[in-house]
Design a protein around this ligand. Sequence first.
Ligand code: ADP
Ligand code: MG
Length: 696
Amino acid sequence: MADLTDRFGTMTFSEDVMKRRLPKDVYKKLAATIEEGEPLDLDVANAVAHAMKEWALEHGATHYAHWFQPLSGITSEKHDSFLEPVGDGTAITKFTGKALIQGEPDASSFPNGGLRATFEARGYTVWDATSPAFIKDEVLCIPTAFCSYNGEALDKKTPLLRSMKVLDTQAKRVLALFGKHPKRVVPNAGYEQEYFLIKKDAYRRRRDLVICGRTLFGAPPCKGQELEEHYFGAIRPSVSGYMKDLDDELWALGIPAKTKHNEVAPCQHELAPVYAELNEATDNNMLTMEKMKLIASRHDLTCLLHEKPFEGINGSGKHDNWSLSADGENLLDPGDTPLENLQFVVFLTAVIEAVDKYQELLRMSVASCGNDHRLGANEAPPAIISIFLGDQLTEVVQKIMDGKASVHATHGVLDLGADVLPNLEQDNTDRNRTSPFAFTGNKFEFRAVGSEANPSDSSLVLDTAVAEALMEFADALEGTPEDAFADAALEYCKKTLNEHRRILFSGDGYSDEWQAEAERRGLANLRTTADALPAMVSPESIALWERMGVLSETEAFSRYEVKLEKYNKLMNIEATTMIREARRTYRPQITAYATKVAKGLEIIHAAGADAAMQCEKNTLNKLCAGITEINDSIKALDEIHVKAEALIDSQEQATCYAHEVAPAMERLRAAVDAMEEIVAADYWPVPTYDDILFYV
Ligand code: ADP
Ligand code: MG
């Protein structure tokens, strides 16, 4: 087998490959496009396309595809072959600069939230040179953005790139005040990905898993995660084989998969890559999720990316580790010289302000049908957004808020009275796992993101909100005389931190007291997707999107509409699946078992035995009562589901699903689950949690 390093990036058209394969002047022009956003001319595109094609053919590719991320949240691709017949029965290969730069998928079936009527369905895809092309399954995939003909974004990537641009602009303005002029400021992201792996056979036999990605029924297993024997435990061979395969494929794609381990819940695992620039990290995460699912089937396993596949067992998240770097300098690194500290405090203040001001929008960004089962459950962050800073940083912030920090008179540098900041690294270990948004040494970790989500949704909000906070800082301080800048900056931070102090919370985010305390502080607690989504288009949010040039009002509304539609469709599918499964799978078997018990009683009596058989009679009564409750619950769910489906307004429909249909689903589930505990095992129609989660 090739050396470990040789296995990395073999299937990506990386910077290194470009350097080696492109003529120098072409490479230079392309690098200017990638690094500084210079427009690309057709000659350069033609040269790049040619080199890309040659490279792809050498690596076994037969097709190329514009790879993009429509609003549905997944990735899309349509493959075109490189072959071009020449008319004499032979063919040549062809790939032009035009085909590289722009594509025209017939996009009428992608969700657009009313942005495009079907008669103008042809959106187009545009090459995103900042994320490398790669070969996947003999197809050269070119990362692209997807827009309508009048330039409206129809995908997740376009606004993400816009948000990165505005963040770059505003962060540079702030850094200029510190006398720094970096070429580029970029957000970095490291997305830790949690997932479940179960036996394919068990999966196949659970229609709820196949259709909805989560179990809609299932009594608690005899053993859950209470022994904490799975977390970081030895990895079972079948899973280890899968993980090796996955690493190999990800490495070939240039995805720096770094850490893998067993998670807390049985059958749950995690993969963390080394962080990368936000746009690329996001593409990599989308690819990672795809590979996770595909590779599982080769190992007779199924990968579940749903946020809550099993009730009562930990769900899966995707921690969004986010930081900002300026030509390699991490702006969220506290550093160890006081002047750097002031700069750090300014960026820290911007994040705190952004998160408090747009807490509802951030909550919105992680809202999904699946994540509703996770947020607020006792193993995931609550639906309330708050920030954890750790002891030492809290102390620093407190001093600034109290006016106890000052700028040293002679050096003009920040004086906190104690040398606390340089030791912050040690605070790394001081983790508060219950916080949705935690400072972890030199980055923030947003833990409320769902495992299945396209993580650009949350990063987009973070970028944009932080960009606005930085813009306000720059607006306020530009023009300040140099010798007064440090004082003025500190004063600005003091005022801003005091205005947003309610978002800081170090306690137990899972506790009931926090719910009450958060309410007193006026923090939002948006429990369901239906409650959270309106924040996408609140007047404050629209003002933010438009002011920062990240989304137009129309684009924001279209995204809101797409999210609502998706939620409603998923809830509809779940409710329908539940009713059908209860009627056709569970009830017949429970009735069959009740009949068997009744017949048994009859036969025993007929044989003249005069034993009381009280236990069997009790079971029969419970079964009959259970069947009645199942019938009543089906009826109740059916009725409310019909009502929800008839609602025309999609927000009203979502609200009905979240607050009326969901409780009716819970009632039906409880009725069926209660029977699972008394029906004989060989009558139970599907694998139970015990069967699924503790396979050998
Ligand atoms: P933990 O589980 O303790 O949070 P992991 O090692 O599982 O830590 O994951 C940490 C993630 O944070 C990794 O993906 C890592 O690359 C990423 N990360 C580390 N430093 C930064 C940074 N400066 N900016 C963004 N992400 C970072
Ligand atoms: Mg982790």
